[in-house]
Write a protein that binds this ligand. Structure first.
Ligand SMILES: Cc1ncc(C[n+]2csc(CCOP(=O)(O)OP(=O)(O)O)c2C)c(N)n1
Ligand SMILES: CC(=O)[C@@H](O)[C@H](O)COP(=O)(O)O
Ligand SMILES: [Mg+2]
Length: 606
């Protein structure tokens, strides 16, 4: 059945009695394909019937269906004719794990940061009115977790005021990753159990329909048809089960298989479990620190387990605050915790801190609050696509006065940085580290005023300054450079903001400085060091290698790094090319940088 679906018209043409069979096929298909590629399994298994009903009732794309966060749009993709793409889900050049405008006219928005769909819907409905177009419903599907984000409530406030036909489909599975928290979750639970007399939505002036069994296609269709006809703002409250129909997900205590790596579908065993990750290192160390320091508390924006705070939560439940998908609140609430005498550790994915820059700046830094930001998934994350790369943290945090930032290169330096950060009591600190497995510890051969020297040739020409996890790549590049007669020093400052003055001293003893970071080049470490060198009157040329200032396509982390010119071989060619350009050395034996990295190279040299 799935392969016969070319568009939602085919779904609408199906007799209702065939729909349970279609739903069953979709579930089997999802388990098979998502286990093979990795991806968002639990959320999608929960919206099979809901997605079918939505596409039978609304005339997408004229009546757009938008998915908040977008991680639960796989079924929507199947119903809009993209089954074949699932063979390369989240792979390079393959189907995106989120809605994608390039893939389909049915994908209107592709932002995968949560709590935005209602605002998009509000704007699209207003645009139709201002343009004099016939009013048609605009649909936003939002999870109970995404509804804990402040933006969702800012949007509801406006949707209520505009009286426009915005249909909010609340996909309530009671969970974000873990159980959704707070007064809102309690209210939804009361609505579910028939214990609430009136919904919060009605209090705001928005019609409320439900609760509806989200796995009963006929019941959901009926509620959606009523909403469609109503002509004004409506919330349709659908109750669903995350992981529905796949026992390993339904029984998974921590997250119902929210996002799985490659997984054996029969056993539910996940491939990535075998390798120790950066997150694991953090998870262990924060528990040790917690045992020594009763003032250390942890704050999570609905990502306790994936960000490594689950052991801390188990050990110190009263010192772990899950605030919901509310990064802005997390940051300012942490400022409050600090003002109250504690040392909060706010643990978020790097990409989600972007949302709370103002709070970091004004509420934490201006008040010199001792808050430590732990930025997991910094740099290239890869298969989640452009929105999830943690490539902006350095650029945005570089502007924050008084904030010190570390980029550990391995497990040992991560543990050390965390201890150093929580020891700082007069201002904020941040630590960034990437997604995935952590490599073996990289020992320093020397330390110069806090800067670790990882490799040192005699009479070096080039000072290669590595940022965080790029250290291993830089050491490999240095060995290759040595083989080509280019003597190199590799320095790892560990603390990358403020720039350690020892680096300017080191730089002066070389003919070229090259910085390597898995971060956007604009405003990153390289540009900060450039300023520091010039301010110190050091005129040695500096060349900055980093991520190009554009949204990076999905792919494996290694593939994306290669595309951006961040492999050892590419760094060698880049360094040699720069030396030739500067007239320092000519290395014709080193071919120009590879085709894939040419764009980065052009940007780098311009
Ligand atoms: C701003 C932001 N913070 C955190 C996340 C990470 N995240 C992705 S999905 C999710 C939970 C979503 O819960 P819900 O909306 O209820 O959807 P469900 O997965 O339960 O279907 C979180 C925290 C995100 N995408 N955006
Ligand atoms: C949708 C979302 O933002 C998260 O679910 C994210 O995709 C998880 O990424 P990890 O797999 O790196 O934990
Ligand atoms: Mg949910």
């Amino acid at each position: 059945m799935i392969e016969r679906i070319r568009s939602p018209l085919d779904v609408r043409a199906m007799p209702p009695e065939d729909l349970p069979t279609l739903a069953g096929e979709i579930r089997d298909f999802l388990v098979d394909r998502v286990c093979r590629s990795g991806g968002h399994l639990g959320p999608n298994l929960g919206v099979v019937e809901l997605s079918i009903a939505l596409h039978r009732v609304f005339d997408s794309p004229a009546e757009p269906i938008m998915w908040d966060t977008g991680h639960q749009a796989y079924v929507h993709k199947l119903l809009t004719g993209r089954a074949a793409g699932f063979d390369r889900l989240r792979r390079r050049g393959g189907l995106s794990g989120y809605p994608s405008q390039a893939e389909s006219e049915h994908d209107v928005i592709e932002n995968s940061h949560a709590s935005t769909a209602l605002s998009y819907a509000d704007g699209i409905a207003k645009a139709a009115r201002v343009s004099g177009r016939q009013p048609r419903p605009v649909v936003a599907v939002v999870g109970d977790g995404a509804l804990t984000g402040g933006m969702a409530w800012e949007a509801l406030n406006n949707i209520a005021a505009s009286r426009l036909p915005v249909v909010v489909v609340l996909n309530d599975n009671g969970r974000s990753y873990a159980l959704t928290i707070g007064g809102l979750a309690d209210h939804l639970s009361a609505l579910r159990g028939g214990r609430a007399h009136r919904s919060l939505f009605e209090e705001l002036g928005i019609r409320y329909l439900g609760p509806v069994d989200g796995h009963d296609i006929a019941a959901v269709e009926s509620a959606l048809r009523t909403a469609r006809e109503s002509g004004g703002p409506v919330v349709v409250h659908c109750l669903t089960t995350k992981g529905r129909g796949y026992g390993h997900a339904e029984r998974h205590e921590l997250d119902r298989h929210h996002a799985v790596p490659v997984t054996d579908p029969a056993t539910g065993r996940q491939a990535a479990q075998r390798r120790r990750s950066w997150t694991d290192v953090f998870a262990d160390e924060i528990v040790r620190i917690g045992a020594e320091r009763p003032d250390v508390v942890a704050v999570s924006a609905a990502m306790v387990e994936p960000a490594g705070l689950h052991p801390f939560q188990q050990r110190f439940p009263e010192r772990l605050f899950d605030v919901g998908i509310a990064e802005q609140h997390a940051v300012t609430s942490a400022a409050g915790l600090a003002l109250g005498g504690l040392h909060p550790v706010v643990c978020v994915y790097s990409t989600f801190l972007t949302r709370a820059l103002d709070q970091v700046l004004m509420d934490v830094a201006l008040h010199r609050c001792p808050v430590t930001f732990v930025l997991d998934r910094a740099g290239v994350t890869g298969d989640d696509g452009p929105s999830h790369n943690g490539m902006w943290d350095l650029s945005i945090l570089n502007v924050v006065p008084g904030l010190a930032m570390a980029a550990p290169r391995d497990g040992r330096t991560l543990r050390a940085a965390l201890r150093e950060a929580v020891a700082i009591d007069d201002g904020p600190t941040a630590i960034r580290y990437p997604k995935g497995a952590v490599g073996p510890d990289l020992p320093a051969v020397d330390t110069v005023n806090g800067v670790d020297i990882l490799h040192r040739d005699t009479d070096p020409d080039v000072l290669l300054v590595s940022v965080g996890a790029m250290a291993d790549t830089c050491v490999r590049a240095a060995r290759l450079l040595s083989e080509h007669g280019i003597a190199t020093t590799v320095a790892d400052p560990r603390w990358i903001k403020p720039v350690n003055p020892a680096l300017t001293g080191l730089a002066a003893g070389h003919t070229l400085v090259v910085t390597v970071e898995d971060c956007g080049r604009s405003g990153g470490f390289g540009s900060a060091l450039t300023l520091a060198l010039r301010d110190a009157g050091v005129t040695v040329p500096i060349h900055c290698i980093g991520l190009p200032q554009r949204f990076l396509d999905q792919g494996l982390r290694a593939e994306v790094l290669e595309e951006c010119g961040l492999t050892p071989q590419q760094i060698v060619r880049n360094v040699a090319g720069t030396m030739t350009r500067l007239g320092t050395r000519n290395h014709p034996e080193l071919e120009p940088i590879g085709v894939l990295a040419a764009a980065t190279m052009r940007e780098t040299l311009s």
